[in-house]
Design a protein around this ligand. Structure first.
Ligand SMILES: [Zn+2]
Length: 233
């Protein structure tokens, strides 16, 4: 009987709808349709890879390409929990040319590009996470400043500010882009921090907060253009 089948189908649809609404209410954090970054496509670029190890401190087992990959997955998780769709420019220990990394993000229509790195400097006293942006990009500057503000809350002794940096991997991107150095491998205190999963998780969460504030239209300096709506979380 078509009429009866239709009624049963309608009832099933209503049940499924109810279940979907209930699931949405009980687990809002993992609902990609509801997070503050819903609709945002984020490209994460784990720096280096393959034969290019990046900055290393071998006695403590810190190898930049590995830290960047690990951080990329932590950041990916955080951004996805906030509702973003995430692209990685590399998913394993292979080297992807710098221009190709930007092109991947352009081709897939990313709204934001986040390149992850570890810093080094001959003076071991130099420490602290730091964010860079293209000198010519006003949006990139706002993004980098917001991320940097959040990074300073992770480790308050860090006094570094966001800076312009004419990095090749950023130059080819068509979207707001930032390059984040999560610490100095040449600094004993940063090495200690980077060896803990707590620091890595807190850095990833700080970057997510910076990206959320960027897409909420906030200005750096703690003066939001649009107050955050806690109901959105
Ligand atoms: Zn690097």
């Amino acid at each position: 009987m078509p009429g009866r089948a239709l009624r049963i189908a309608s009832a099933v649809c209503l049940l499924l709808l109810g279940a979907a609404i209930a699931a949405r209410r009980s687990a809002p954090v993992f609902d990609p349709a509801a997070g503050p970054l819903a609709g945002v496509v984020a490209a994460i670029d784990p720096g280096h890879g393959g034969s290019d190890r990046g900055a290393c401190h071998l006695p403590s087992g810190l190898i930049e390409k590995e830290i960047n990959m690990d951080m990329a997955f932590r950041l990916k998780r955080g951004l996805e929990e906030a509702g973003a769709a995430v692209i990685l420019t590399r998913r394993d220990d292979t080297f992807v040319p710098l221009d190709e990394r930007a092109q991947i993000a352009n081709r897939l229509g990313a709204d934001v590009f986040l390149s992850l790195h570890v810093n080094r400097f001959p003076i071991p006293e130099c420490f602290g996470a730091q964010t860079f942006h293209l000198p010519s990009s006003e949006a990139g500057r706002r993004l980098a400043m917001l991320i940097q503000e959040e990074l300073l809350t992770v480790y308050p002794p860090n006094y570094r500010q966001a800076l312009p940096g004419n990095y090749r991997v950023l130059r080819g991107t068509k979207m707001p882009a930032a390059l984040i150095e999560i610490g100095f491998v040449t600094s004993p205190r940063d090495r200690q921090l980077m060896q803990t999963t707590e620091y890595r998780d807190r850095v990833a969460a700080a970057i997510v907060r910076g990206v959320e504030r960027f897409f909420a239209g906030e200005a750096p300096g703690g003066s939001p253009d649009e107050p955050a709506d806690e109901d959105d979380a």
